[in-house]
Design a protein around this ligand. Structure first.
Ligand SMILES: C[S@@+](CC[C@H](N)C(=O)[O-])C[C@H]1O[C@@H](n2cnc3c(N)ncnc32)[C@H](O)[C@@H]1O
Length: 228
């Protein structure tokens, strides 16, 4: 099925959130990082500002900044209304209110859009749709990230996840996925299949991190090459 902008609900997080979700240390931040399903997050730009390079991949990068800006504008009020209706499903300690959430998300997405439309940033934002193979060489990156895509969207199915993670592991010495719950904040239906499939050949670690917005969504999965 074609990836259509009318089905996209853009929502982007920032560097501080990525740092907490993935427990990124100063050493991690200096690694060669590739981030899948990175969407309109400001992680890439904020890293770039610090002189660190991240490669972001997402199917939405096939659209122009103006198209994405318009889609953000079209969908924002609906997302905020849904957040208001479901506010009890979230933890309001770090982000204290829906107003604050809206401000943080809109700031991240505005920063992303300003960066994304610059000619000089084109090589940092690449159109790519999982589970397709990428053009990068084996182990071209140290760290591969998936924030709020893999495992969370369990309805994509186990095969989709296994193929996607296999490609990430081909490219990266280590892969981190956050969160590991599904969209209802329940146990993700694909988690056990992923752990079983990769448990023999890779070191798998489920760890608690210093980030919880979806209630119970405070764990990250790390998959690491035994040789690292
Ligand atoms: C909830 S957003 C998360 C954005 C960002 N990672 C963050 O945490 O702020 C999910 C992202 O997954 C992307 N996505 C959807 N289908 C995808 C696919 N097949 N492969 C890679 N990314 C996909 C969407 O375009 C969207 O940007």
């Amino acid at each position: 099925m074609a990836f259509e902008l009318k089905n996209v609900v853009p929502w982007g997080r920032n560097l501080e959130e990525y740092t907490n979700m993935f427990a990124l240390t100063a050493h991690d931040l200096s690694k060669r990082i590739i981030s899948f399903g990175d969407g309109p997050a400001s992680f890439n730009l904020e890293m770039h500002r610090q002189g660190k390079e991240v490669t972001s991949l997402d199917p939405v990068y096939q659209f122009t900044a103006d198209e994405l800006r318009e889609r953000i504008h079209e969908t924002k009020d609906t997302i905020i209304r849904q957040m208001q209706e479901n506010r009890d499903n979230f933890v309001w300690t770090s982000i204290k209110s829906i107003d604050e959430l809206e401000r943080i998300r809109m700031e991240a997405m505005a920063s992303f859009l300003a960066d994304f439309e610059k000619e000089s940033s084109k090589s940092r934002y690449l159109y790519h749709e999982l589970p397709a193979k990428t053009e990068f060489a084996d182990q071209a990156f140290d760290l591969g990230l998936s924030s709020h895509f893999l495992i969370l969207y369990a309805q994509l199915g186990l095969d989709f996840h296994l193929q996607s993670i296999r490609e990430m592991l081909r490219l990266c010495k280590e892969v981190r996925i956050f969160p590991i719950v599904n969209l209802n904040a329940g146990k993700s239906e694909v988690l056990d299949g992923i752990l079983e499939t990769f448990g023999t050949d890779y070191e798998l670690i489920v760890s608690k991190v210093n980030y919880e917005f979806q209630k119970g969504g405070n764990e990250m999965l790390t998959l690491r090459n035994h040789s690292v």
